[in-house]
Ligand binder design. Structure first.
Ligand SMILES: *Cc1c(COP(=O)(O)O)cnc(C)c1O
Length: 346
């Protein structure tokens, strides 16, 4: 691996971050706060939130088996993805490599930041080739993006291959585990100490049932987390979000129950879909959604819209011709979809 200084944009490496009032005061307990130009009325929302979300990181770290210094929290995983570009990729000079097809935000962030985005096709079973990823990389490749289970294909990537990439790529590997809760494959979080170039992304938006609060997590070495923390907006995670996340941590048993139900429903839906005349192939999934190849994706998508049911049309995505991506819902929602498709015919 290159040194972190070699990987970081020189302006970011040199940057002295903005220091907020709440950053500078870290002393003993005080009761009079006249340092941040806040309004003394309308408690508790009159106060700026903890810029480093320390209580939340400690509680989350306990659950995840990670030290708080190894955690970055952002306004969705999307913030962490964007900050990876802004921290490490020099516009118009550096590049990133990613599997294709995958989550669309990596490419959008690359384009916003004017960073070349190199796509490496998965094979027809949606398996990755580490050799091809490494071939696509050069001296200016700062990041490789992997997503496991992958969106929109639903499959886990081979952990042995992920490990081979981590050992052989000299930049950072961003492994997006947004859907890992739904997979039986162990998270790479447990192996953070083994791989100094690993950045694991997770989110409150899927298994945690908290898409509305916008909270994403990045896990990496304390040095990498330090760089992301240095360039984030000072109060990037608002107080209401921090509170709701804390509450969810106390109700973790519910998340486990939801995940079990959704996995069971996913398996049932995959079997039911295989029996539908308009379905040509069901791709095996380790996530809370699955991809299906149908007779005519555009026609079926429009038919379902007419029935008041929205699925994701992935027809125009590489390797996903005539494919729909189906999110697993409640048993009743799933039945409504199945009934509509039975009625549709071929
Ligand atoms: C849904 C999803 C996310 C979550 O993004 P948030 O900004 O945290 O809501 C991240 N990565 C992938 C691959 C996703 O599908």
């Amino acid at each position: 691996m290159k040194t972190l200084q070699e990987l970081t944009r020189p302006n970011i490496w040199k940057l002295k971050p903005y220091s907020s009032a709440r950053d500078e005061y870290k002393g003993i307990a005080a009761s009079v706060f006249l340092d941040a130009n806040e309004n003394p009325y309308n408690t508790p929302n009159n106060r700026y939130p903890d810029p480093l979300q320390w209580d939340l990181k400690k509680a989350l770290g306990k659950l995840k088996g990670v030290a708080p210094e190894n955690i970055f929290l952002g306004n969705g995983s999307d913030e962490a993805i964007d900050l990876m570009f802004r921290a490490f990729c020099e516009p118009c000079r550096d590049n990133v490599v990613a599997i294709e097809p995958t989550y669309g935000m990596y490419q959008v962030c690359a384009e916003i930041n004017e960073v070349e985005y190199r796509k490496v096709l998965l094979d027809e079973h949606f398996h990755l080739s580490v050799d091809k990823l490494l071939e696509a990389a050069d001296g200016h490749t700062k990041l490789v993006f992997l997503c496991s289970p992958n969106n929109p294909t639903g499959n886990d990537l081979d952990p042995a291959e992920i490990e081979r990439l981590l050992l052989n790529f000299d930049g950072l590997v961003v492994l997006d585990e947004a859907y890992n809760d739904f997979s039986d494959a162990p998270s790479f979080l447990k192996r953070l100490d083994e791989f100094p170039n690993l950045v694991v992304l997770q989110t409150f938006s899927k298994a945690w049932g908290c898409a509305a609060i916008r909270l994403g997590m990045a896990f990496a070495s304390a040095d990498i987390i330090g760089i992301l923390t240095k360039i984030k907006y000072p109060y990037n995670v608002n107080q209401l979000t921090q509170q709701q996340a804390m509450e969810m941590l106390h109700r973790y048993y519910e998340i486990e129950r939801w995940v079990d139900m959704l996995k069971e429903e996913r398996n049932r839906m995959e079997k039911e879909f295989a029996r539908l005349p308009c379905v040509k192939k069901v791709f095996p999934s380790n996530a809370n959604f699955f991809l299906v190849k149908v007779t005519d994706a555009v026609k079926i998508y429009n038919y379902l819209v007419g029935e008041g049911i929205i699925v994701r049309n992935r027809h125009t995505v590489t390797l996903c011709g005539n494919c729909l991506r189906i999110t697993v819902g409640t048993k009743m929602e799933n039945e409504t979809l199945l009934e509509a498709l039975r009625k549709y015919g071929v």
